[in-house]
Design a protein around this ligand. Structure first.
Ligand code: NAD
Length: 333
């Protein structure tokens, strides 16, 4: 039995979390949940944005499934997501994007995995504003060590999963120092994995190529900001934010969460697609070595996706979050 820290999060988080829990219970997956929360709602109740009990639970269990957490725009507290990623050095943000039968998309044959550096770059939290001069500076901190770790992780993943190519998306033509660090780190990692093809692309061209011919990409590695943007773009290639999974992985802790946010526009309406969080939970099962359970639930999900009327509105269906979950449970049998 694995004990997993469960963070339901904000907005649609509690709804999709409940759906995933119901599917896991029906599939008799050997996990037990330790529920903890963070963010504004938690602060209103307990006076703590990230309660010590949540940190204790993470440090004990080392594996978590997390719903999205709202971050106020332009003011208020710092992102809880970024705080946790930095505190526990969860330096890999792994986001697969794959076209799937039954999920409408403009493309076919997309099957790529994005490795986003998760702790540095423009998300380092190093920002100053000089009110007198009206100037703000945001520091794009990139380290040799951080670049080496994420590039090596992308190559190691490619080698382990029989993937053929790693593409680095960068801006080393303009960011001569920060961009070049990452480029050099990737060239170094490539030497260790001669069986994997290495190529690099400037980020603006990368966006055009992804939209024009996404099936050419296999494993993509990039910095924090570029990865954040590219992963939503990749979600758009394969059916939208409701279907793409993600994992924040460090050397001794992993937090699994969907790419999407708390979706305040549909929160509380039972409309949210649980697929993205479910797929993140399946990545978690593989991480725990529970491959048979993961494969069984994935087969039930894939079978359900072939009947769009049993899915949520974003996939062309009319089902609620829990009706969609129930349809997946029915396919488990
Ligand atoms: P969002 O991802 O929440 O929503 C973007 C659009 O996609 C919305 O129209 C939404 O309805 C739709 N969508 C997202 N998930 C869906 C799902 N499961 N099913 C169906 N439709 C879905 O992005 P946003 O509106 O820019 O951000 C809202 C909040 O989420 C912000 O506070 C942001 O900071 C936060 N956020 C958190 C995380 C995280 O916790 N990891 C990630 C991204 C954004």
């Amino acid at each position: 039995m694995h004990t997993i820290t469960l963070i339901p999060g904000d907005g649609i988080g509690p709804e999709i979390t409940k759906a995933v829990q119901a599917i896991f219970t029906a599939a008799q997956v050997p996990v037990q949940w330790e529920e903890q929360n963070a963010g504004q709602t938690t602060f209103d109740q307990s006076g703590e944005l990230i309660p010590q009990a949540l940190l204790d639970s993470l440090e004990k269990n080392r594996v978590a499934l997390k719903g999205p957490i709202t971050t106020p725009v332009g003011k208020g507290f710092r992102s809880i997501n970024i705080t946790l990623r930095q505190k526990y050095d969860l330096y890999q943000n792994v986001r697969p994007a794959k076209t799937t039968e039954g999920i409408a998309s403009r493309y076919t044959g997309v099957n790529l995995v994005l490795f986003r550096e998760n702790t540095e770059g423009l998300y380092s939290g190093l920002e100053v504003y000089d009110e007198r001069l009206g100037i703000s500076d945001s520091f794009n901190r990139i380290t040799v060590e951080g670049s080496r770790k994420i590039c090596r992780a992308a190559f190691a993943y490619a080698a382990k999963h029989g993937r053929k190519k790693v593409t680095l998306a960068h801006k080393a033509n303009i960011l001569k120092m920060a961009g070049t660090l990452m480029l050099n780190a990737c060239k170094e990692a490539a030497l260790e994995f001669p069986q994997i093809v290495f190529e690099d692309k400037i980020i603006d061209n990368m966006c055009m190529q992804l939209v024009n011919k996404p099936e050419q990409f296999d494993v993509v590695v990039t910095t924090n900001l570029f990865g954040d943007i590219l992963s939503d773009l990749c979600a758009g290639l394969v059916g939208g934010l409701g279907v793409v999974a993600g994992a924040n992985i460090g050397d001794d802790m992993a937090i699994f969460e969907a790419v999407h946010g708390s979706a305040p526009d549909i929160a509380g309406q039972g409309k949210a697609n649980p697929t993205a969080l479910l797929r993140s939970a399946l990545m978690m099962l593989h991480h725990l070595g529970e491959h048979t359970h993961a494969d069984r639930i994935e087969a039930a999900l894939d079978a359900t996706l072939k009947t769009p009327e049993k899915c949520t509105g974003d996939l062309g269906g009319k089902a609620s979050t829990m009706e969609f979950a129930q349809a997946i449970i029915d396919k488990l049998a």
